[in-house]
Each structure stands twice: as structure tokens, then as C-alpha cells.
Design a protein around this ligand. Structure first.
Ligand code: NAP
Length: 504
């Protein structure tokens, strides 16, 4: 059955309408009216989340795992309707929405299994040494405890996997933290139907209603009120550098500062080493173009910069990338605003000193055409604007004179989500020189592949030094991401019968 959104917020189990509405702006299909969020609604949702914490944080791991599994089941029960509204709102193809739904339910179930195993609690015990001289040692046990209500900002580019029931929400709920989501206004109907699924899972598993709320946007005061609410203890965010930095600064300026886990901008540099370029430069160039244009380039792991030597091998790489990009054609962007930001990003490259357009296209309305530019290392290192993320299918090739220059360039990059090396066996010595630099720059370093396509797994890191993220010790993908919403507490000489169940 087609899904028609009612346009209300979900506040602790009740669907609530506000006095004013905004109208959605789908890529195709009907537009709908949605209630605009308010700071009063934020307060009601966060107060309910705090009340729920006293029950939810003390549920058993099995109870929370069953809740996460139930959310996955309820999402699957609405599969067709989610795909329909999701494709209408975002313009992303049906297959992408289906795949992303699988990733989202897979993520929820992965966290369910993860907390059932219990390793994430990282339990440690230093037994008492009553006879130790000169002083006895007390009995010490440490365990990870949930931190309190968590705010999550839905991401425009992942309407399912990084939004209402996405990775941040799954990790926080697994940890034992209630969640208040600020929906992204690019896909409010998709947010609503996913909130319905969570609502149904709460009823099915008897969880406290305040464990989850969704507040639609439509007004910047919503996000600001949410991160500043004194009962919110951490924030999960994916979006722009400007928006993320503004919210991060608000978190830091609170009377009680809280962690802001923001995933902001990254250009994900890719280094093609000499033998790899000589042996298979054209194939790497074609593969790069595919990664660069996947999903209209709207991935945080989009490899926007390729570094390759000047000379024939590098030329073959560039020629193949250009040929492949020429064949892609226009793709629909997530929002009008993101399409405009893409055109503005491209404008930074046009007519710039020592930057050569290899493929310079025009993009209209909500569509984006691929673009390709080339420069040299000296120009790149002097021109800060060339290192800023352009969200969309735009690539920059930096030609270098040799490994010394590649190394200098690598040192000049800002923090990144990923860094990629293409190498053949003859490149091993060069790769060993680059690796210590790249591991300081990026959360994930990969070889002979492309960074788009982030595996949701135990060993994944999706984060990195600023501005890739605002918190380099954390990841927003994979089971390690639960750590963001936990805090170690040490229990000294607390009797067995009084200790938290997970420590007893
Ligand atoms: P955004 O503008 O940063 O917005 C993300 C969320 O933060 C939205 O809910 C937005 O609310 C809220 N927000 C932003 N600034 C705020 C402020 N000053 N005060 C309160 N709330 C604020 O990101 P976007 O809409 O997803 O896309 C815009 C650009 O972000 C893209 O063109 C792209 O450059 C970048 N982006 C990057 C990634 C990445 O993974 N690196 C992913 C997505 C987007 P409203 O909805 O009310 O505006």
C-alpha cells in the first residue's frame, strides 16, 4: 500500500502536530506538509528520554537486543513503502534504497548480536590485596555504562543507514541510551515511516515510550535547542563542515560541554604508485571514475583527489578516467541546495591559476554532471580552497614529480576519513614510506581498491582527524561505534549483591 505521511513528530509514543508546516521537496512524486519542529517539542522529547533512561539503561542486554531485532523486523515489514517514499524524496534509485535498507536492518541486528556477546563492556577486575604493604589494594571492577539521552541528526545522503534508525541510533540504543532524532528535511516522509517502525517495535517489546522520539526540522532552532539541552549527553552528526562546526561549537560552549561526534568533510586522497600506474594505470583510472560518480558522488568517502606521477603512465590513468567520466551523464542530487553547492564547488576550480579543466561540464537544476581538473603539487599545497570537499562527482588529479613530492603532498593533507594506495609488488618500498604519513591523516587506509562502500563490521573505522570528524578517537560505522555512547565507571569495594548485573 502506498504510504502517505501525516507529517507529525513522534514524541515519546505520541504523534504530535505543530502550529506551522513546511512542504517537502521530493525529486519526483507528490510533496507533503510536515510540522515544523520547535524548541518546546525538543524539551518534551528530551525530558521523556531522561525519564526513560532510568528504565532503559537498566534493561538486560537480551532485552535491548530483542528491541533492536524488532526494529529491523518492523522496517522489513514496511519495505516497499520505505523504498517508494525514499526514492521519491531523495531521487536515489530503487536498488540503492533497497540495498541501504538491508544495510540498516543488518546494522541493527549486528548491534543486537554485539551486545548479546558482551565483550563491548570491557570488564576488568583488580582483586583486593588486603595484605599488600605499605597499603592494601581495594577491589576494583570497571565496566562501560550508558551515558544518557543522545541526539542524532539524520544525514541527507543516507536516508536510512545514517538517519532515523541508522548507525548512530542503533549504537546508542544498543548501549542503553534513549535517542532523540532531528530528522533531515530532505527526507521527512522516510523519517516518519521509519519512526513508525521504531514505535511499533517499542510497543511489541514493552520498552519505555521515551526511548525514541523524532522531531522534524524546518527551523534551525530545532538542532540548536537539541544540542544545547542540558539533559542531552552526546550528539551524532553527519553533514556539512559549516553546519557540523556550528553545532560542535554550541556543544563546547555549554555550561556542561558534551562530546559532538560529527562526521564532516573529506576528500579521501588516492595515491597511484609508479609501478601500479605503469602496469595498470588505465584500469585504475576507470575504476576511480566509477567510485567518483557512484550515487552522484554524494558519499563522504568519495575519492575526490587522485595523486599520480607526471609522464606517460600517469597520462594513461588520466585519459581513462576522463573517458569514463564523459560517459556518465547527469545524475539527480539529493536536494536543490546540494546541487547548488556542487555548482559553487565547481566554480572554485574554473579559471583558477595553474588548474587545468580536463572535463568541464554545466549542471542544471537538481542534476550534476561529472567534472575533472588537474593541477600540480606546488599549486595544491599553496591553495587551500583546492583541498575543500566538493560534494558530488568532481575529481582533481594532482601530478607529482616523484615520491618525494608525493610524500610532501601527503603531509599537507588535512584529516581524512580514508586514504588509498594503489601499489604493485615493485611499489612496496614506496608504500612503506607513505603509510606512516597516511595513518596519521586518515581513519582508514586501504590498498588497491576504492573507499566508497563502507563495510559495517567489527574492524571498521569511519572517522579520522579533523575535519573528517570532530572526534578522532571514534568511528560512526561498525560495532566500535558503540563506545561513543558509553563511559567507563569503576566500582571500588562495592559488594557483589549491589554491583550492576553485568558485573556480578
Ligand atoms: P547540513 O547543512 O550540515 O545539515 C545537516 C543537519 O544539521 C540538518 O539537520 C540541518 O538542519 C542541521 N544544521 C546545519 N547547520 C545548523 C545550524 N547552524 N544550526 C542548527 N542546525 C543545523 O548538511 P546537509 O543538509 O546534509 O548537506 C549540505 C552539505 O553538506 C552538502 O552540500 C555537502 O557539502 C555536505 N554533506 C557532507 C556529507 C559528508 O558525509 N561529508 C554528508 C552530507 C552532506 P536543517 O535541515 O534545518 O538545515
Amino acid at each position: 500500500m502506498p504510504f502517505t505521511p501525516h507529517g507529525k513528530h513522534l514524541i515519546a509514543g505520541d504523534w504530535v502536530a505543530g502550529p506551522a508546516t513546511f512542504t517537502s521537496d521530493p525529486a519526483h512524486g507528490p510533496a507533503h506538509a510536515f510540522s515544523i519542529g520547535t524548541p518546546e517539542l525538543v524539551d518534551a522529547a528530551v525530558q521523556a528520554a531522561e525519564d526513560a533512561f532510568w528504565t532503559y539503561a537498566y534493561t538486560t542486554r537480551e532485552e535491548r537486543a530483542a528491541f533492536l531485532d524488532a526494529i529491523a523486523d518492523e522496517i522489513e515489514a514496511r519495505a516497499e513503502a520505505i523504498t517508494e517514499i525514499g526514492t521519491q524524496e531523495t531521487g536515489l534509485p530503487v536498488a540503492r534504497l533497497q540495498g541501504e535498507r538491508g544495510r540498516t536492518t543488518g546494522q541493527l541486528r549486528l548491534f543486537a548480536d554485539h551486545i548479546r556477546k558482551g565483550d563491548y563492556l570491557d570488564r576488568r577486575h583488580d582483586a583486593a590485596l588486603p595484605d599488600r604493604q605499605p597499603l592494601p589494594r581495594p577491589d576494583l571492577r570497571v565496566i562501560q555504562r550508558p551515558i544518557g539521552p543522545v541526539a542524532v541528526f539524520g544525514a541527507s545522503n543516507f536516508p536510512l543507514a545514517f538517519s532515523t534508525a541508522g548507525g548512530d541510533t542503533a549504537a546508542a540504543l544498543a548501549a542503553g541510551c534513549p535517542v532523540v532524532v532531528k530528522g533531515h528535511s530532505a527526507h521527512p516522509g522516510t523519517g516518519e515511516i521509519i519512526a513508525e517502525a521504531i514505535h511499533a517495535a517499542i510497543d511489541k517489546t514493552g520498552m519505555p515510550k521515551g526511548v525514541f522520539s523524532l522531531i522534524q526540522g524546518g527551523d534551525r532552532h530545532v538542532g540548536a535547542a537539541l544540542v544545547q539541552h542540558p539533559l542531552i549527553k552526546a550528539v551524532g552528526f553527519t553533514g556539512s563542515l559549516a553546519g557540523g562546526r556550528a553545532l560542535f561549537d554550541l556543544c563546547a560552549a555549554r555550561p556542561e560541554p558534551i562530546p559532538f561526534f560529527g562526521e564532516l568533510g573529506s576528500v579521501n586522497p588516492m595515491f597511484v604508485l609508479p609501478a601500479a600506474a605503469a602496469n595498470r594505470g588505465a584500469a585504475v583510472g576507470t575504476g576511480w571514475a566509477g567510485s567518483l560518480t557512484m550515487g552522484a558522488g554524494q558519499f563522504c568517502t568519495n575519492p575526490g583527489i587522485a595523486v599520480v606521477e607526471a609522464g606517460p603512465a600517469g597520462d594513461a590513468f588520466v585519459a581513462a578516467a576522463k573517458t569514463a567520466l564523459e560517459q556518465v551523464g547527469p545524475q539527480v542530487m539529493l536536494t536543490e541546495g546540494i546541487a547548488k553547492a556542487y555548482r559553487d564547488g565547481q566554480a572554485r576550480f574554473e579559471g583558477r591559476n595553474s588548474v587545468t579543466p580536463l572535463l568541464s561540464t554545466e549542471s542544471q537544476g537538481r542534476e550534476a554532471n561529472p567534472n575533472l581538473y588537474e593541477t600540480d603539487a606546488a599549486t595544491y599545497l599553496q591553495d587551500h580552497a583546492l583541498g575543500e570537499e566538493v560534494f558530488g562527482p568532481l575529481g582533481l588529479v594532482i601530478r607529482v614529480s616523484g615520491l618525494d613530492e608525493m610524500e610532501r603532498l601527503a603531509k599537507g593533507f588535512e584529516g581524512q576519513l580514508t586514504a588509498t594506495i594503489h601499489l604493485d609488488p615493485e611499489d612496496a618500498t614506496d608504500a612503506r614510506r607513505l603509510l606512516p604519513i597516511l595513518e596519521r591523516k586518515a581513519g582508514r587506509v586501504l590498498a588497491n581498491g576504492f573507499p566508497t562502500g563502507v563495510e559495517v563490521a567489527d574492524a571498521m573505522v569511519h572517522g579520522g582527524p579533523y575535519p573528517a570528524s570532530t572526534n578522532f578517537g571514534a568511528t560512526s560505522v561498525g560495532t566500535l561505534s558503540i563506545r561513543r555512547f558509553l563511559r567507563p565507571v569503576s566500582f571500588q569495594n562495592i559488594p557483589e549483591g549491589v554491583l550492576p548485573d553485568d558485573l556480578a
